[in-house]
Design a binder for this molecule. Structure first.
Ligand SMILES: Cc1cc2nc3c(=O)[nH]c(=O)nc-3n(C[C@H](O)[C@H](O)[C@H](O)COP(=O)(O)OP(=O)(O)OC[C@H]3O[C@@H](n4cnc5c(N)ncnc54)[C@H](O)[C@@H]3O)c2cc1C
Ligand code: FES
Length: 273
């Protein structure tokens, strides 16, 4: 007979206890934690964080390092609010990594266009760090980030570096007073329309609210981009992360296994809600 200990030992859901080595408040409702977790992972993957008695949440890895994992979390409900109380030195239960990563090897020597809206900037941060760590492998890199207001800007220390390393375009839905990073008022979609040319070579990553993803993809396709040049991130409610519960299905695809990164043509007939 299999004992409870043996079942737990074999379980794919078994989490690992890791230390929180840094905690940084980004905005009113978001924070970034750095975990002392030497985890082999690729840009675009995610992990699950759990708090016993509270719940479990899938969170994208927003860094690219063999020595640590960073997670940027928005407080939206019970689990994420409890997570926000965590402190440097605390331990957190985690499992992963999960999901299909961006096939970064395929993009060598291509120009890269990275477009993020709001908390959608966080999952893209890991891929921009990857590009920065392997700068010689890529052509021109353009970053387009949209935030509600200058107070909602994430990762200011990184943006300070990236504004000199890449072409960076920031947009704000509203600017009252002084803008930052030369950010313009208006949706990021408008900036993409204004700045991006007919770039047949570029690979595009888009992450953000579904409506933003849809509009940006439409603009790019109108400009002559092929659907196969565009990669999007799809967020779905998830329980297991390993293709067992079926909670994350989109048109016969498991977001947890086949995504959360998809090439645009793989989901093109699907309209998000
Ligand atoms: C692959 C993946 C990667 C993610 N990466 C991040 C990340 O990097 N940072 C981050 O802050 N959040 C991320 N999320 C969302 C995060 O998992 C949820 O916000 C979290 O589980 C909510 O838990 P809660 O108990 O705090 O809120 P709940 O009380 O469960 O939900 C609060 C509100 O958020 C909505 N919500 C919950 N989960 C999701 C979801 N998966 N997609 C869309 N809406 C949801 C609910 O419908 C509800 O309106 C990711 C989700 C997925 C599937
Ligand atoms: S989250 Fe369970 S099948 Fe994808």
């Amino acid at each position: 007979m299999t004992t409870k200990e043996e079942i737990i030992k074999k379980s794919p859901y078994k989490p690992k206890l890791v230390e929180v080595i840094d905690y940084h408040r980004e905005t009113n409702d978001t924070f970034t934690i750095k975990l002392g977790w030497k985890l082999k992972h690729e840009p675009g993957q995610f992990v699950f964080c759990s708090l016993p008695g509270i719940g479990e949440a899938p969170i994208s890895i927003c860094s690219h390092s063999d020595n640590y994992v960073e997670l940027n979390i928005r407080e939206v409900g019970n689990m994420t609010r409890f997570l926000s109380k965590i402190k440097k030195g605390d331990k957190l239960l985690v499992r992963g990594p999960y999901g299909r990563a961006y096939p970064m090897d395929k993009f060598k020597s291509h120009n890269m266009i990275i477009i993020g809206g709001g908390s959608g900037v966080a999952p893209l941060k890991g891929s921009v760090e990857y590009i920065s760590n392997n700068r010689g492998d890529f052509g021109e890199v353009s970053l387009f980030f949209g935030f509600r207001t200058p107070e909602d800007v994430l990762f200011r220390k990184r943006l300070d570096v990236w504004k000199d390393e890449f072409s960076m375009y920031i947009n704000f839905d509203r600017v009252e007073g002084k803008t930052i990073y030369g950010g313009k008022q208006g949706f990021v979609t408008e900036r993409v329309k204004e700045v991006v040319g007919d770039n047949k070579d570029a690979i595009v990553f888009i992450c953000g609210p579904p409506i933003m993803i849809e509009k940006v993809a439409e603009i790019l396709i109108d400009k002559g981009f092929d659907e196969k040049q565009i990669y999007i991130s799809a967020e779905r409610l998830m329980y297991c992360g390993i293709g067992k519960c079926g909670r994350c299905m989109i048109h016969g695809k498991y977001t947890c296994l086949d995504g959360a990164v998809f090439r645009y043509d793989e989901l093109k007939d699907y309209k998000d809600d």
